[in-house]
Design a protein around this ligand. Structure first.
Ligand code: IMP
Length: 832
């Protein structure tokens, strides 16, 4: 059929199918396409192209393969009139896309052959890709894993976020200190995105609100005199695993509105016009690092609103293509808020329904609550977002009005339920009274959503009992739990090819989309060939990491030692310091000749500290300083090495995870919402040393307590200790000589060239009776537990058995399971 005929059919609302991909996925065709892209799009002579050129040309080739599938996927959404999910997240920590896309398209071997035929090595080509570091840590990486599972489960969904020009900062270590640099990941462009000149949306800021009565005599508001910014979309395709289903992540960039520019130009203010253009574009310039307090940062609020407003214009545009009224809105649209960051969406949807669509408050509110689900990600009270009322009123005046109205109506209900209880009203209000009035975004998100979920069982319990008990009582049933997961495509199949191969050789490859299948591995615990193969693979992965460590840190480590690894953001609650204290203890024992018969260790750290979090940065300096001393002390030899890898990101994690023997998950119980690093390590055959915190509890339930090393206070005990101080750090030091020695070494400057001041703030916090993270109270039990780990590691057969059991019992922690639960229980979309 000719194209014109098809267009006519389409105009008559008939379904048409376009010819299948002009780029078939055989090795030969892939090679020809790489050459075509090298020449036509990059203007390169194939003979003189380097690995970077080939990477780009290959990426374009892969994108060609995906776009056809994307179009037919989108058409199916329309044809089947499906309910769509919009996953709103300020962060998508995607990392690299090439390897994952090739794996999911099922063309790994063909691509390898094609690249080899051109004289390149696929690993070298893969290494050319910049990480898309559009996230800070767990929350952003979860969003990226969710996209993979959503595509694999064929759920009609979209990810929506911001196309930051600068991702999370680049971390260098200078003299052992963290130094931040810009992450200019778009410097050479990215081959993965489709820039869309349409749709283009106008986003309003500032201005004021006027009111009028409509023809039915109803109050209507108009937001006027605004300063506007335009939002432009870029789409990144996400393929499901071998299922021809491709979804997209739509990321918004800001640029100046033409009207504004023309106004300034016509007044002759050329420079002013250019300046306003630049200032509009700063909105999508940079990802905010995880600071304690965003409250004063107007640009962050503008980012949040910018992305939410653009997304909702897109949602409305799509909905209105097929619907005239809003009766079916909640049958067609579900929106999930990844933390409170996008929660300004609640008053935004109200504004659209009230001011633009003319619905009544009651109609609009019913739709809004039924549309939103809110996922909470933190137990740290200081991380709950609050915005100064004054700022909200200035930047988003209409939204502040709506928030006040939501609050008034909500508080009326509370007052009815608890007559005369002023304290309840104060506690539950969206507005926090005080010298600086604040809008509590978490309260807004809870009130405006039909579902509020935590990300692990313990976390969800603590949300109900400790953080938001009033809301839990007020809205029984609204709170629920969805334990996080990871995608097994990236975090095993892609990054640990040999282990994935060994597993598939025994149980087939259905585990890739049905992770519970890994249980089948338990049959091979006594299969010597299998266990030896397992150990050889771990050794090879450790050798690769050892090479990487040599390149990045200049330190030679022995792959036969225990690789004891803690990689995650640097934060006091995650207690990298506890790990460091144990290493000092180990060092002291080695020097005293008391470490005979203990397993030699290589301790590896990596992670970024928020630029303004000086105490976390001092912890990095302590770790690098311990490394300096330990690695250069000839008495230590290979018994202990301590390294800190600079610039932790997704692609570094992909080298680190498969190489770990021991995974450190040692946050103070009751502080870590879930953790997902714990799952990535375990899925790659590391054993966990951890507290009863976050998802560690569920990992223990799954793998069995004999296959995990648990220590320290429980969440309840930690809470009790915080309130009652039944044992002080001073007492611990008096009663435990080893711990006293550790503290003495820190005080005397053993790791700071005799400088007794440098680490004093850390010593002071450790000795503080009110240390909220209870380090010294857990240290004794941690050291004992590490000794048990050491004993276990010296029995390689038993260790391997435990490692296999860990992998075999990881089924629960696939994001396929997590997403199925979100889809069926929160979004109301059955999974096929
Ligand atoms: P959007 O949903 O408008 O963002 O469009 C995304 C893709 O969906 C388009 O590129 C089309 O391939 C497809 N699409 C858009 N509108 C329709 C429709 O009305 N019917 C069928 N497919 C559509």
């Amino acid at each position: 059929m000719e194209v014109l005929e098809k267009i006519e059919k389409r105009n008559n609302n008939e379904s048409v199918t376009w010819p299948s991909a002009p780029y078939p996925s055989t090795a030969e065709a892939i090679k020809l396409n790489i050459i075509h892209h090298l020449m036509s799009f990059q203007g390169r002579d194939p003979e003189r192209s380097g690995a970077r050129d080939v990477y780009k040309a290959l990426a374009y080739t892969i994108r060609d393969l995906m776009v056809q599938k994307w179009i037919s996927t989108q058409k199916t959404f329309y044809a089947k009139k499906k309910k769509r999910v919009y996953y709103l997240s300020l962060e998508f920590l995607i990392g690299r896309s090439l390897g994952n896309s090739i794996t999911n398209l099922g063309i790994t071997q063909d691509v390898k052959q094609a690249v080899e035929a051109l004289g390149f090595d696929i690993d070298e080509v893969r290494d050319q890709e910049e990480d898309a570091a559009l996230g800070n840590g767990g929350l952003g990486r979860l969003a990226a894993c969710f996209m993979d599972s959503i595509a694999t489960l064929k759920i009609p969904a979209y990810g929506y976020g911001i196309r930051y020009e600068y991702g999370l900062f680049f971390q260098q270590l200078v003299d052992g200190y963290q130094v931040e640099g810009p992450d200019n990941w778009l410097q050479n462009g990215t081959p993965w995105e489709f820039e869309r000149s349409l749709p283009l949306f106008k986003i309003q800021f500032f201005g004021n609100v006027t009111s009028y009565q409509d023809e039915n005599g109803r109050y209507r508001a108009r937001w006027v005199n605004t300063k506007d910014v335009m939002a432009k979309a870029s789409d990144i395709m996400i393929p499901g695993y071998k299922n021809d289903h491709v979804i997209n992540m739509r990321l918004w960039s800001a640029f100046s509105s033409r009207e504004l520019d023309l106004g300034d130009f016509s007044r002759g203010d050329y420079i002013g016009a250019v300046e306003s253009k630049v200032s509009s574009e700063t909105i999508s310039k940079v990802l905010y690092p995880p600071d304690h307090n965003y409250a004063g940062q107007e640009l962050r609020l503008k980012q949040q609103y910018f992305f939410v407003a653009a997304t909702f214009q897109d949602i409305m545009r799509r909905y209105k293509k097929k619907h005239v009224t809003f009766d079916q809105f909640t049958d067609r649209v579900a929106v999930q808020l990844n933390d409170t960051h996008p929660s300004i969406a609640i008053p935004e949807l109200m504004r659209l329904l009230l001011d633009i669509e003319g619905l009544s408050w009651e109609q609009a509110w019913k739709i809004t609550v039924n549309t939103f689900g809110y996922t909470n990600h933190t137990l740290m009270p200081e991380a709950l977002e609050r915005w100064p009322v004054e700022m909200m009123g200035r930047v988003l005046p209409r939204h502040l009005q709506i928030i006040y109205e939501i609050n008034q109506r909500f508080l009326n209900e509370v007052a009815e339920r608890y007559p005369g209880n002023q304290q309840k009203l104060r506690q539950m209000s969206i507005i926090e009274e005080g010298p600086v009035k604040m809008v509590r975004m978490a309260h807004l998100a809870i009130i405006g959503s039909h579902s509020v979920n935590g990300v692990a069982e313990l976390h969800s319990q603590l949300l109900k009992n400790r953080i938001f008990p009033d809301f839990h009582n007020f809205y029984p049933g609204r709170f629920n739990s969805k334990t996080n997961g990871i995608t097994p495509r990236r975090w095993l199949l892609d990054i640990n090819e040999s282990l994935a191969g060994l597993i598939s050789s025994r149980i087939g490859d259905r585990w890739v989309t049905d992770l519970d299948q890994l249980r089948g591995l338990e049959k091979f615990l006594d299969d010597e060939e299998f266990c030896t193969g397992w150990r050889e693979i771990k050794y090879a992965n450790k050798k690769r990491l050892a090479g990487y460590i040599k390149t990045k840190c200049g330190v030679v480590v022995d792959p036969s030692t225990m690789f004891d690894i803690q990689v995650k953001r640097i934060h006091e609650y995650k207690r990298q310091l506890l790990n460091a204290l144990h290493l000092i203890n180990l060092y002291q024992r080695i020097i005293r000749g008391e470490a005979q018969g203990r397993a030699p260790r290589t301790a590896v750290f990596a992670g970024k500290a928020a630029p303004s979090y000086w105490r976390a940065k001092l912890i990095i300096k302590l770790i690098t300083s311990i490394g300096e001393v330990v690695n250069n002390d000839p008495r230590v030899k290979d018994r202990l090495k301590v390294v800190f890898l600079p610039n932790y990101n997704v692609s570094q994690a992909e080298i680190v995870m498969p190489a770990a023997d021991l995974s450190e998950q040692i946050s103070t119980a009751g502080t870590e919402a879930s953790g997902t690093g714990n799952m990535k390590f375990a899925l790659n055959g590391a054993l966990t040393i951890g507290t009863l915190d976050g998802a560690n509890i569920e990992i223990r339930e799954e793998v069995g307590e004999e296959n995990i090393f648990i220590f320290g206070l429980s969440a309840e005990e930690a809470e009790f200790e915080r309130k009652n101080c039944s044992r002080t750090p001073r007492q611990v030091c008096r009663e435990n000589e080893s711990i006293n020695n550790i503290m003495a070494a820190l005080r005397s400057g053993s790791f700071s060239g005799g400088n007794t001041e440098l680490f004093k703030p850390l010593v002071d916090s450790l000795m503080d009776e009110n240390d909220p993270y209870l380090l010294l109270l857990d240290l004794e039990s941690y050291i004992d537990c590490q000794n048990r780990v050491s004993d276990a590691f010296l029995q390689p057969e038993k260790w391997t058995r435990k490692a296999i059991l860990n992998v075999a019992r990881m089924g629960k922690f696939s994001t396929d399971r997590t997403i199925r639960e979100y889809s069926e229980k929160i979004w109301g979309i059955p999974v096929e």
